[in-house]
Ligand binder design. Structure first.
Ligand code: SF4
Length: 348
């Protein structure tokens, strides 16, 4: 099943995400010195975050421990290349627990799951391994803690995104109110404005979310929540790098999947930060070379679920057409790692 795109990219879209792949360069191999020059800015940090890295490792370790097939509920991370690679090793991706046989292990994706899912796995006596990113689990814990304290929950997130579904599913249906925009804040109907709390999806636009939080605090001064929001370090760092890079570039490409919330946000951030053309590509074959005619500089980044091999592929595609000079735009260094669950650290 295709997961709905969390939110449309606002503003004019410079070109299709995919589309006709331009004809390959024909004729003799171009002599490097005759190629046009291009400065290629490479954002850092970019690509895989600690939560994605851990989720992939969990599936690989589960396959080592229990052999194939290992069932995975939902795409483990939003990247087809990653999913296909794990499928080739013996992972089977399903949308619902009911699609898994009870005698095979099941892994829950990095986005997190509603509380009902592990409960159902336990009732069916399945081996279940939770690959929910620990930073998403932290939001689940906050949600439960506020509800225990008698506060009604408001979640800032994208309707239908698996992370939002998982976080809202920490409480019984109808208990968490969803707001997606500043306009939603004006109409949300709460039980008691003095007993409210909010949490956020971890992969939102930092700037848009700050506006929504400000609107919530203005309408409900007693609302409690995290000091700023729950947007994770990886989302924040990738957006900061794009903000620094975008004004330098004639064009910017974000390597990522169309259902990856944090990748879509990077496209938006790039456009808002002044890059005239910012586009999502899943891999090099998606690049619209006609739209890039005449550019002298391009910025490249990648969403948190895009592997570095796809970024290398995009860089190689530019090297085949341009005399490329690479410049790193580094705004932060990351050294976050998360442990895999204990069940995978124990011997069979
Ligand atoms: Fe975890 Fe953030 Fe990566 Fe999501 S984007 S998996 S919350 S580190």
């Amino acid at each position: 099943m295709t997961v709905p795109i969390p939110a449309p990219i606002s503003g004019p879209i410079s070109g299709p995400i995919s589309g006709p792949i331009p004809a390959p360069i024909s004729g003799p191999t171009p002599v490097r010195d005759t190629l046009p020059p291009l400065t290629l800015y490479l954002a850092a940090p970019r690509g895989f975050c600690a939560g994605v890295d851990r989720a992939i490792k969990i599936v690989e370790l589960a396959l080592e421990k229990w052999g194939a097939p290992v069932y995975v509920r939902h795409e483990i991370v939003h990247n087809r290349f990653v999913v296909d690679g794990l499928r080739a090793k013996g992972a089977v991706f399903v949308e619902e627990l009911a699609d898994c046989p009870p005698d095979r292990p099941v892994v829950f994706s990095a986005h997190g799951v509603p509380k009902s899912v592990p409960a159902e796995a336990a009732a069916r006596q399945m081996i279940a391994v939770d690959a929910t990113c620990p930073l998403v689990t932290k939001v689940h814990i906050e949600t439960a803690r506020h509800a225990d304290a008698g506060r009604q929950m408001v979640m800032i997130g994208h309707a239908g995104h698996p992370e939002t579904v998982g976080t809202m599913g920490q409480l019984p249906p109808g208990q968490v109110l969803l707001v997606e925009t500043v306009a939603d804040v004006a109409t949300v109907a709460v039980r008691d404005p003095d007993r409210l709390a909010f949490v956020t999806q971890t992969t939102l636009s930092v700037d848009d979310t700050a506006d929504i939080v400000a609107a919530l605090r203005a309408r409900f001064p007693a609302i409690v929540g995290p000091a700023r929001e729950d947007i994770c370090y990886a989302t924040t760092n990738r957006q900061e790098a794009v903000k620094a890079m975008a004004p330098l570039c004639d064009a910017m490409l974000v390597v990522g999947a169309p259902n990856s919330s944090n990748s879509l946000r990077l496209v938006e951030v790039g456009r808002r930060a002044g890059c005239p053309y910012a586009q999502l590509v899943q891999r090099a074959a998606d690049i619209d070379w006609r739209a890039l005619e005449g550019i002298r500089s391009v910025g490249i980044t990648a969403g948190a679920s895009a592997p570095e091999v796809l970024i290398d592929e995009v860089i190689d595609a530019f090297r085949a057409r341009y005399r490329v000079k690479v410049q790193l735009v580094e705004t932060a260094q990351e050294n976050v790692t998360f442990k895999v669950p204990r069940i995978l650290r124990e011997a069979v």
